[in-house]
Each structure stands twice: as C-alpha cells, then as structure tokens.
Write a protein that binds this ligand. Structure first.
Ligand SMILES: CC(C)(COP(=O)(O)OP(=O)(O)OC[C@H]1O[C@@H](n2cnc3c(N)ncnc32)[C@H](O)[C@@H]1OP(=O)(O)O)[C@@H](O)C(=O)NCCC(=O)NCCS
Length: 165
C-alpha cells in the first residue's frame, strides 16, 4: 500500500493486491475478489474433512489467480464497490458506489454500474495525459505538500519543474 493511501472500515482485501499512493478506499469495498471454479462438479466444498486434511487445495475451489490486482495512484474506490481479482485500475480513476468492476479501468475514468462502464472522465484528454506524465504522486512528500489541489495547471507546472531540475 502506497504512501498517503487509506482504507475505511470493513473493506476486504485478499492477498496479491497493490494499492498506489494517495488512493482512498471507502467502507465495505472489496478489492481483488477471487472467483470460484464454475466448471467443476461444485463451486463449494465436497467435504470439509477432505479440505481440512489437506487433500483439497485452494486450486480445487478458486480459479488460478496469476495476476495481482492493481489499484493505481490517486484512485477513489466508492462505498460497497467490488473489484474482481486481476483487475488493473488506472491512476486517477474513480469507482462509483456499488460498482462491480470486471474489466481494467482506464486512467482518470469514473466507472459505475454492474458490470462497471465508463460514466465519464475526470478531466479532458490533454489534462489526463499531462497528469500521468507528471507522475506527481512520485514527488517527494515535501513537494507534494505544496501542490495546490484546486489548481491542476499550477500543480502540473510545479511537478514538471521539479522533474526538470
Ligand atoms: C461516481 C460518482 C463519483 C459520480 O458523481 P458525479 O460526478 O456527481 O456524477 P453524476 O451524479 O453527475 O452522475 C453521472 C452519471 O453517472 C451515473 N451514476 C452516478 N453514480 C452512479 C453509481 N454509483 N452507479 C452507477 N451509475 C452512477 C448517474 O446516474 C449519471 O448517469 P447519466 O449521465 O446517465 O444521468 C458518485 O455518484 C459516486 O458513486 N460516489 C461515491 C460515493 C461514496 O461511495 N462515498 C464513500 C465515502 S468517501
């Protein structure tokens, strides 16, 4: 979990999860929900004793999860949203309350619904590209503190000046 990121109560976060800097995870969100195998006899347990005895492993229940779930920097995940395992949420994106995210989310998109679709973007394309190029979230903390949150253009100028210095 990156610097200045936080999560609220009753969030569910399985392992194999990366959360970038400055990201906000609202209450009851589930990040990296794994899916059970649906093409076997049962999606549940055949026999609890079999499982407890080690004869049944996670691979018998869960789909193989080869990729981590990645939440970028400056991402806001709304209340009660579910992000499935292996999804990549781009920098600056917002996940609406109650969304179920089944596909990767582009940077600075606001997505919502079940399954989640792009509702709009936070900024125009040129600003989105400038923000991503600025990597402001990687600046040292003492510079981040000086960034004006209400003036994106000025913040970009400060970030770019730092990288060029
Ligand atoms: C996604 C969100 C940020 C959008 O807010 P907004 O910028 O004010 O957007 P609007 O209300 O203008 O809605 C834009 C569109 O998205 C839709 N929409 C808004 N919230 C939605 C949601 N949760 N799920 C699905 N669609 C949603 C609206 O119906 C509207 O659709 P339309 O253009 O077809 O009419 C907000 O609705 C939301 O879900 N916030 C999360 C709140 C939360 O969880 N807070 C936790 C404490 S921090």
């Amino acid at each position: 979990m990156g610097r200045n990121a936080y999560y609220q109560c009753r969030t569910q976060m399985p392992t194999n999860l990366i959360i970038g800097r400055h990201s906000s995870i609202s209450a009851l969100a589930t990040l990296g929900a794994v899916s059970h195998n649906v093409d076997m006899l049962t999606t549940g347990m055949l026999d609890l004793e079999q499982e407890m005895g080690g004869e049944m492993g996670p691979e018998d229940i869960y789909r193989a999860g080869v990729y981590p779930t990645v939440i970028g920097c400056d991402v806001w995940v709304g209340h009660n949203a579910v992000i499935l395992q292996g999804i990549c949420v781009g920098h600056g994106a917002c996940i609406a309350a109650g969304a179920v995210v089944t596909e990767n989310v582009p940077p600075y998109a606001i997505v919502g619904g079940i399954p989640a679709r792009v509702l709009k973007y936070r900024f125009d394309e040129a600003t989105r590209e400038a923000l991503i190029a600025s990597r402001w979230w990687e600046l040292p903390q003492h510079i981040v503190r000086t960034l004006p949150r209400k003036d994106v253009a000025k913040a970009l100028t400060i970030a770019n000046a730092y990288w060029q210095s």
